[in-house]
Design a protein around this ligand. Structure first.
Ligand SMILES: Cc1ncc(COP(=O)(O)O)c(C=O)c1O
Ligand SMILES: Nc1c(O)cccc1C(=O)C[C@H](N)C(=O)O
Length: 410
């Protein structure tokens, strides 16, 4: 599976970088010299092409083109134009994706539309341990729509599907980076007359997704992690074209209307997944995200995933050597783009690492996440980080009281 050697020394790590078929992608980014960025699983850094798009949309399209840019710069079509680019990365037809709103809102719209479609039992199943917004949004939606809400144990969502319903599942777990077997879950769900909405937030741009081939019909996901769309960039929503016509979004906004500029008093849904665009898109963010996607042109998701996997294995080997515990799939086993380290002093250790320029993040109660974004991270970065980690643990530098003070965003 991996096209790279496993480095056993710093020199070998440097040699791996020299042979890396993705090495040139790093030149698309302009990261600060004193930072090793291991948080691409939370907020991807800006590619130069994203910053250029942001400048262009602000200084040219908005400043000069003014309102005419809705037509001249194609703003009005951006949700579907950018959607087609995302579609390639998740393995679905180009017309099957709209870029709009946040993951939270897209989940609400999609699950709400399915609940009222009459095509599936009025029951939503979410596993405990799913990303909190998924749990909150779906529980509230169930209350609003008077549907059953079922909380399943982690990994047991499928067991709750007899009788049908809507299972919401992350393709890559936000804590452990474990990857779901989409094809198997879809087959099991479809056997029971149930449907699955996939949350692709931690999967898009890092896993070689083939959603259509795997039988997946519905998904949502964000753009600001491995796709590097920028903070607050709009999310996306996928519905397979064979299943979209029966869906009515509960947020029937004018830009999801078949003829928005006819200004008709009653709602008539647009064709296809465009009906899920509710109100005016955040054009500055959407254009920036469009620019960010240039980096993926001509790149193979397979290569990206293989490199993330190899970097993660290197990191896990260091944890092993240091006697540290992980909750991520072990060396050689498929996982998403990050690896975890579990330690009772996890927060303080992540702060101590940050002070040396190694940025990671922390999730309660004891988990540090190390993002392995393959577009800009080098083998030598992971090697050096593991040496810094070893030093922090040996000297107990993390016990400095400064590192106990929690910041608002961790
Ligand atoms: C799996 C998952 N779903 C949803 C979200 C949140 O989505 P949003 O803030 O776009 O609603 C995140 C991260 O923020 C996430 O990791
Ligand atoms: N979406 C975020 C935000 O608005 C602020 C800070 C972090 C985030 C994140 O992306 C968290 C992330 N989804 C996670 O996996 O924890």
């Amino acid at each position: 599976m991996q096209s790279v050697r496993f480095p056993r020394s710093r020199a070998e790590a440097i040699a791996c970088d020299a042979e890396d078929p993705l090495a040139e992608a790093r030149a698309h980014f302009n990261l600060p010299d004193d930072v090793t960025y291991l948080v691409g699983h939370s907020l991807g850094p800006p590619a130069m092409s994203a910053l250029e798009a942001l400048r262009r949309v602000g200084e040219h399209d908005w400043a000069t083109g003014l309102v005419g840019s809705w037509n001249a710069a194609g703003w009005i079509d951006l949700p579907t134009v950018v959607g087609a680019r995302v579609a390639r990365l998740i393995g679905v037809p180009p017309t099957a994706v709209s870029v709009c709103d946040s993951v939270s809102i897209n989940l609400f719209k999609l699950a709400g539309a399915l609940l009222s479609s009459g095509t599936v039992a009025r029951r939503i199943i979410v596993e405990n341990g799913e990303f909190p917004t998924d749990q909150y949004i779906l529980e509230r939606l169930s209350t609003l729509q008077q549907a059953d809400f079922v909380r399943a144990d982690p990994g047991a969502g499928l067991d709750s599907l007899s009788g049908g319903g809507i299972l919401v599942r992350s393709l890559v777990d936000y804590r452990t980076a474990a990857i779901a077997d989409v094809k198997a879950v879809e087959q099991a769900a479809q056997r029971q007359g149930a449907v699955v909405i996939w949350d692709l937030s931690h999967a898009t741009g890092i896993v070689d997704l083939r959603l259509e081939a795997w039988g997946a019909r519905y998904a949502v996901g964000c753009s600001y992690k491995y796709l590097n769309g920028g903070p607050g960039a709009p999310a996306f929503l996928y519905v397979h074209p064979d299943h979209v016509d029966v869906l009515q979004t509960p947020l029937a906004g004018w830009l999801g209307h078949a003829r928005p500029f006819a200004f008709e008093p009653t709602y008539d849904p647009a064709d296809g997944v465009s009906r899920f665009v509710a109100g005016t898109p955040p054009i500055l963010s959407l254009a920036t995200f469009n620019g960010a996607l240039d980096v993926f042109d001509g790149l193979s998701l397979r290569h990206l995933h293989d490199k993330a996997q190899a970097l993660g294995d290197l990191c896990l080997a260091a944890f092993d050597r240091l006697g540290l515990e992980t909750s991520s799939p072990p060396i050689g086993h498929p996982r998403g783009g990050h690896v975890t380290l579990r330690h009772p002093d996890g927060y303080a250790i992540s702060r101590a690492l940050a002070e040396q320029g190694y940025q990671t993040d922390f999730r309660p109660r004891d988990t540090i996440r190390f993002g392995m974004s393959p577009l800009f991270l080098r083998y030598v970065d992971v090697w050096d980080m593991s040496e810094a980690l070893e030093d922090i643990l040996l000297t107990r530098a993390y016990e400095d009281p400064r590192f106990a003070v929690k910041s608002k965003v961790t």
